[in-house]
Design a protein around this ligand. Structure first.
Ligand code: NAP
Length: 215
């Protein structure tokens, strides 16, 4: 696949590394092209501008910038992201582990509004960079499940493949109108992990105790 990554920070590095190793043609683009070149050399990718990443990412574009910058970045890319599968991994989490979206549209919906013609898929936001860097992220013998929210089945299918490239299992999280729940889940989990030092994995029971009727 041809994958563009907009951003040259941590998420760009950990996900870009794994996708380049999986054999994908990755281009890392940043507002600082020197930083993009250094990262690209490190992970076995090409380098360029943010626009180069959007144009290169015929199959998928990962938006790996802070939430506060996200809509501005995609709006500036304009037509370059039209028709693209645009992966939104942003976490709109403000101090106090609250949503920076403040009860309004989700980050993913705001990004979709700023990128008309792109198919936005919310993914990879729930876990810390240290998880995405594991080869593979398997805990207690169980591969990490990665929820995806989006409206375009072809785009979702592409992202499912990129999830499997990490050794993870994609999970259907519903349409883009549910991305806000995924963002709130991230804020809540980060609050437990970072704020309380709680093993948040323990808050969910096994499926057989989840109130689901036996088939
Ligand atoms: N790190 C994690 O564990 C993690 C996990 C899940 C989700 N996320 C989400 O993933 C996204 C990226 O996180 P990260 O940890 O990779 O951040 P990071 O290491 O701080 O990298 C951010 C990147 O965004 C660029 N950037 C910042 N403001 C920009 C602007 N106005 N215009 C263009 N580029 C801009 C930075 O460019 P410069 O280098 O030029 O400043 C840098 O390349 C965030 O939304 C975060 O919430 C992070």
């Amino acid at each position: 696949m041809r994958i563009g990554i907009a951003g040259t920070g941590t998420m760009a590095r950990v996900l870009g590394t794994r996708w380049a190793l999986a054999g994908h043609d990755v281009l890392v683009g940043g507002r600082d092209t020197g930083r993009a070149a250094a990262l690209a050399e490190r992970i076995g990718a090409r380098a360029g501008t943010l626009e180069d990443a959007a144009r290169h990412g015929r199959d998928a574009v990962l938006l790996a910038v802070p939430y506060a910058a996200a809509t501005g970045v995609v709006a500036a890319l304009g037509g370059a992201v039209r028709g693209r599968t645009l992966i939104d991994c942003t976490n709109p989490v403000a101090p106090g582990f609250v949503l920076a979206t403040g009860g309004g549209p989700s980050a993913a919906e705001r990004i979709a509004a700023a990128a008309p013609g792109a198919s936005v898929v919310k993914a990879f936001n729930l876990c810390h960079e240290s998880v995405w860097g594991l080869t593979p992220p398997v805990f207690g013998g169980r591969p990490l499940a990665v929820p995806l929210c989006g409206d375009d089945e072809a785009a979702l299918d592409t992202v499912r493949g990129l999830v499997r490239d990490l050794g993870c299992e994609p999970v259907n999280g519903g349409g883009l109108d549910r991305a806000g729940l995924l963002e709130a889940t991230a804020a809540f989990l980060i609050g437990l992990w970072v704020g309380e030092g709680v093993d948040a994995q323990a808050i969910a029971p096994p499926l057989e105790y989840a109130g689901v009727d036996a088939p």
